[in-house]
Design a protein around this ligand. Structure first.
Ligand code: 5GP
Ligand code: MN
Ligand code: MN
Length: 317
């Protein structure tokens, strides 16, 4: 059922115990949104647990409360509501969906959202799920503490490339200003997010050597083998480099993962990469999407580059 902010606030007010989760391969928006809603609901006297079916990348571990995020165990968990943030389909939350028995509330901003929840609030105009959580907390009359401000600023800033991407709106900037007034310090948050182990930078050097161009220079790809991926610890942000090359319309990163799977990240300047990702069982936003392709690195490269080339041929730029 489609919900308004007021009706979600009423559902949350009626619940006594809740689980909050976000997507696997968690990013700043997923984690910041989960944590901010957690702080708001705890302040309202609720019993709340945060579960994410994945490891938390080191760069996000500065956010207040992050140490309280657990991984789902095998035992069933019964509560009044499972709140799923920044995830567009049920598979995106890994095994949390299977272990938590409760009505599902989904708050999300992906165009590819398949409306899998019992109750949903989806706004694809929002730059980040964090913007929607801020609106919800206003509706709930929650005090925006410094902890909440840090989490929500991180959520919003990371999903709009620190206010550089096309999803940044005047209200994104107003939200950021309010969060700053509530105690978020952008320069400190940016410093935390930009700090990485030397190994990651060394790995970036290796990955940039795999740069290839297709479709007359409109597609740029980079590839991360399993060995390099493990050494890098975190390849977040690597895709931004091929994206900056003059003439590139679509950047693609291929990353070898476990079980013969290849994780694919797509970034575009204009064409809709979300619909391309959807054809491979993934999803995302118009200009930033991802999917997992089963097969070798080479298979994934050939298939995805062909699909993007075809989309470019169809789209007058
Ligand atoms: P990234 O390339 O940073 O992993 O993801 C870019 C965007 O696409 C994010 O908004 C992310 O949530 C979405 N996305 C990435 N991979 C998948 C996927 O396998 N399935 C779905 N539904 N969305 C994805
Ligand atoms: Mn996300
Ligand atoms: Mn997001």
């Amino acid at each position: 059922m489609e919900m308004s902010f007021a009706s979600i606030a009423a559902l949350l007010a009626a619940a006594r115990s809740l689980v909050i989760t976000g997507h696997i391969h968690p990013d700043g928006d997923c984690l910041g949104s989960v944590l901010a809603l957690y702080h708001g609901l705890v302040a309202a006297g609720k019993k709340v647990q945060m579960l994410i079916d994945d490891d938390i990348p080191a760069m996000y571990r500065f956010m207040p409360g992050v140490e309280l995020i657990g991984k789902p165990a095998d035992a069933k968990l019964v509560c009044d509501a499972l709140v799923v943030l920044d995830a567009s389909d049920a598979e995106r939350i890994g095994k949390v969906g299977a272990v938590v028995a409760a009505p599902v509330i989904n708050i999300d901003h992906h165009t590819s959202n398949v409306k899998f929840a019992d109750y949903w609030l989806i706004d694809s105009q929002a730059a980040a799920t964090g913007e929607l959580i801020l609106r919800l907390l206003r509706e709930m009359r929650t005090e925006i503490t410094e902890d909440i401000a840090i989490c929500l600023y991180t959520a919003i800033a990371t999903d709009c490339g620190f206010f550089k991407y096309a999803n940044t709106s005047p209200s994104t900037l107003r939200d950021a200003a309010q969060l700053m007034e509530c105690g978020a310090q952008p320069h400190l948050i940016a410093e935390q997010l930009d700090t990485r182990p030397l190994a990651t930078l060394t790995a970036l050097g290796k990955v940039l050597q795999t740069l290839e161009f297709h479709a007359g220079g409109q597609i740029a790809t980079i590839s991360v083998t399993r060995e390099v991926g493990e050494y890098a610890q975190n390849t977040e942000g690597f895709i931004n480099y091929p994206r900056t090359v003059e003439g590139v319309e679509v950047a693609i990163m291929f990353k070898e993962a476990e079980d013969k799977n290849v994780r694919v990240s797509l970034r575009s300047k204009n064409i809709d990469v979300s619909s391309i990702a959807l054809t491979f069982g993934g999803g995302g936003h118009m200009r930033a999407a991802g999917c997992t392709v089963t097969g070798s690195l080479k298979d994934a490269q050939v298939k995805v580059v062909a699909a993007v080339t075809e989309a470019l041929d169809r789209t007058p730029l």
